[in-house]
Design a protein around this ligand. Sequence first.
Ligand SMILES: *Cc1c(COP(=O)(O)O)cnc(C)c1O
Length: 423
Amino acid sequence: MTLQEKDSQYLWHPYTQHKTSQTPIAISRGEGALLWDENNKEYIDAIASWWVNPFGHSNKFIADAIYKQLTTLEHVLFGGFTHEPAIKVAEKLMEILPKNQQKIFFSDNGSTGVEVAIKVALQYFYNKGEKRTTIIAFENAFHGDTFAAMAASGISFYTQAFQGMFIDVVRIPVPVKGQEQASFEALENVIQHHNCAGFIFEPLVQGAAGMVMYEPEALAELISICKKNNVLTIADEVMTGFGKTGKTFAMDYVSEVPDMMCLSKALTGGTIPMAITTFTQDIFDAFYDDDINKALFHGHTFTANPTGCAAALASIDLLQTDEMQANIDRIIKSHLEFQKKIESHPKVITARTLGVIFAVEIKSDAKESYYGSMRTKLYNFFIENGVILRPVGNIVYILPPYIMTDEQLQKVYATIEEAIEMV
Ligand SMILES: *Cc1c(COP(=O)(O)O)cnc(C)c1O
């Protein structure tokens, strides 16, 4: 039996309708921006394996750090114990996070990182004896698939089966160009009419919505409205963190600082699942009390796994090298050129880019749904041509590993241009 045949016998894949979807491609190895399947067909990983892998597959520097940690201390419980890798990650993050972020809490993936932030926002006011139970989020937001994260997410595809079972979430429009005022007014209005605890947002780029982008000034205004009303702000940097936007964090573009941040995806260079939620001292202090009931009773078995910490440290080291920064700058320039070239194409609605993120919206007659027919056509075309891209409806986006070569990048662009002609 091939891997594909065995797979369909046993496995249940994420976001997959097994009755109608094609069998998954069995990948057997990866190096740099390339992956090879079981028949040795080569693919360019143009979305960094769901945005996690900035430094390339099978990265030797991170692998060595992981091996060293595995043979020193692979794991120890974090309740009542601590270890150097966790402390070093904290010290490192304190150097690169916005200065008001003072405490870090470990978990296992982006969703749990968000889950922690939302629970903390709710308990913060509970601990203070104030009734605030509503969370504000953007339309078409994506914050993960666990319950609170799902409640905050606004893409109905992912959440429709669970409507009516969620915590209280009120949505405001994203302040894309021309919509800023509507967004500010909606926020003021929501705060006036609900007991709001927190506002969670994907800063500057909404990934799962199809790389929807908005300006730092608009986000600063929204945060400042929250500050005036004592509503906690949560920057979900799970996708945008660690260089994707051209700066270490998307929040580095914004003049206001958030109360909490969620990090995951590229945190460990795409090697080991790990997430971190970061907090201000003020938030930590609201849980610091003689009363045990005011503690944050949240944890996961693998919290602060030392091997994951070692991977995170190695990844941040790599990110900070001149070579990696030069790679990011190279991709930014290249994307801007491609944007200029493609945005006037008659079949293109718009092309946008920030940092290494690039997205193009293709004209279509019908309103394209998330997993609609155009999406399937595009996806199959890319796979046939050895490029891994996962369009969102009629939106094709690139989020390459930073080490992707110019030649590989040009092939990705050329394949997208051909796909636009084809549909
Ligand atoms: C991917 C993502 C999440 C969820 O992370 P998982 O590791 O898939 O649980 C949350 N927020 C944002 C912005 C994401 O892009």
